[in-house]
Ligand binder design. Structure first.
Ligand code: HEM
Length: 458
């Protein structure tokens, strides 16, 4: 698969946007079934799109200075919404993602050192060994249709299990996946009542969510209990759980209680593994559709030692691979919308925000905004190469921004880059069939189906 001719930019699949702002029932249907259809085509070229839902202002913000103000300038004026809390609480408990105010500050201060860049080398070993096993298993399927979505999901879960608990997830992985899938399809889609009722008043669906939460947290407790008890002593921390258990708030000296630790672990698994798995899936899908780009990547990854001993060193040199991951995160951002409720009135750049307004900052829309990006719908990783002009600030937010920026961003980027590099080092990757795969948000930006890929050893 070698080519001397530059492949033309290609436009990967995306849904057709509605021509007009959807009616209220159509909006609600879109929120439940495909949130990428919530905004009309013109949203992709405006600074702000306003609507009213049951008398409440709802604003999609695309202007970088307004987004900067909300996420960085005055974040204390903005909270997670009742709907987000209802939907995420059963799977993320009272961990970092859903905490607010002083509780959030304590949790963030305590966790931050455990997720700092200096911890990455400890984690790349786990990432590389899981990757080697995955590639050995895939190599036995050469020439046969393979489901790379499932392979990425199980590798990401395995990496979460090992880096967090030094545990093989073979025992718990299937149960965990089954529970999260059940939740995603049965209880995670927001309904009208989720949006209008305050979090203190449960809906019928909330009661089912609470029953689910009891089962999910019991599983996390079992996983924590089955962690190998030995090996900590003088060797330093083995994994993220050791770091979190020993972490102290630098201001108060407080450690996490056992229930807090459990909720933190649940949060990291939920926030971390599916997001990274689909980043990998979309990266592989894009490369399968763009053989010329795949060739360029193959040249970069030919040679470096991506095994457990070499991965940490190789990481910094995989600039083209990292650019593909960044471009996949632009085109198919796993967190497709950040939602906030304004506690008080505010002025965000040119945008006046009334008290109680629901603000949406949508990486999906923002990353494809026609005034902010050149060829916004095209796959062009070179825009993220170190030599390229820096992307517009606050127009690229796959990990959010400001004090609540993703705490696992370095972890996720290291994992996605290493795993993608190892896949391209091992295989030429193609697709079996040409039916497009569409992005469909179910908590994260999922593919609407798992296409069959074909692998050939390089
Ligand atoms: C490609 C993978 C990932 C993406 C796209 C992603 C995206 C995001 C985004 C957009 C936010 C901010 C949400 C907001 O402001 O409302 C966030 C927060 C968070 N992420 Fe990630 N994430 C990824 C991987 C991870 C990983 C691997 C972990 C943990 C190991 C993690 C843990 C968290 C946590 C705990 C928060 C909440 C932070 C806070 O509120 O202080 N994420 N993530």
């Amino acid at each position: 698969m070698s080519s001397t001719v530059e492949a033309p930019l290609f436009i990967p699949p995306r849904p057709d946007y509605p021509g007009e702002m959807p009616s209220f029932p159509a909006f609600l249907r879109a929120v439940r079934t495909n949130a990428l259809l919530m905004w009309p085509d013109y949203a992709y070229e405006r600074d702000v799109v306003e609507s009213r839902i049951l008398g409440r202002a709802q604003m999609l913000l695309n202007a970088p200075e307004a987004i900067h103000h909300v996420l960085v300038g005055n974040p204390d004026n903005y909270r997670r919404t009742p709907a987000s809390i209802r939907i995420l609480r059963p799977i993320a408990g009272r961990g970092l993602l859903l905490s607010e105010g002083e509780d959030w500050r304590h949790q963030r201060r305590t966790i931050a050192p455990a997720m700092a860049p200096r911890v990455i080398p400890m984690l790349t070993r786990h990432m590389a060994s899981v990757t080697q096993e995955m590639i050995a298993a895939l190599a036995t399927r050469e020439g046969q249709p393979v489901n790379l979505l499932a392979a990425m999901q199980s590798a990401a879960l395995d990496i979460a299990g090992r880096s967090m608990f030094s545990l093989e997830t073979r025992e718990f992985g299937p149960e965990m996946r089954a529970l999260l899938t059940e939740y995603g399809f049965r209880l995670a889609q927001p309904h009208l009542m989720d949006m209008v009722l305050p979090p203190g008043i449960p809906t019928l669906r909330d009661l089912r969510r609470r029953r689910f939460q009891a089962r999910w947290m019991a599983l996390i407790d079992r996983i924590i209990d089955s962690r190998p008890a030995t090996g900590v002593a003088d060797d330093g921390p083995r994994d993220l759980f050791d770091l979190l258990r020993d972490a102290r708030d630098p201001e108060t000296g407080a450690a996490f209680t056992r229930p807090q630790l459990r909720d933190q672990v649940a949060t990291m698994i939920v926030a971390g593994h599916e997001t990274t798995a689909i980043t990998l899936f979309w990266s592989l899908y894009l490369l399968a559709l763009d053989p010329a780009e795949q060739d360029r990547l193959a040249a970069e990854v030919h040679g470096p030692n991506l095994g457990p001993d070499g991965a940490a060193d190789a990481l910094g040199r995989l600039t083209r691979t990292r650019a593909v991951v960044s471009e996949a995160l632009r085109l198919y951002p796993p967190a497709f919308t950040l939602v906030r409720a304004a506690i008080g009135p505010d002025q965000a750049g040119a945008v006046a925000i009334p008290k109680g307004a629901i603000l949406m900052i949508s990486p999906w829309v923002l990353h494809r905004h026609r005034r902010l990006w050149r060829d916004p719908d095209a796959f062009d990783p070179s825009r993220f190469l170190p030599s390229a002009p820096t992307p517009p600030r606050f127009a690229y937010l796959p990990f959010g921004a400001g004090p609540r920026v993703c705490v696992g961003a370095q972890f996720a980027l290291a994992e996605a880059t290493l795993l993608l590099a190892a896949m391209i080092q091992a295989f030429e990757i193609g697709l079996d069939g040409d039916q497009p795969v569409m992005p469909t948000p179910v908590i994260t930006t999922q593919p609407n189906r798992a296409p069959a890929f074909l692998l050939r050893r390089r």
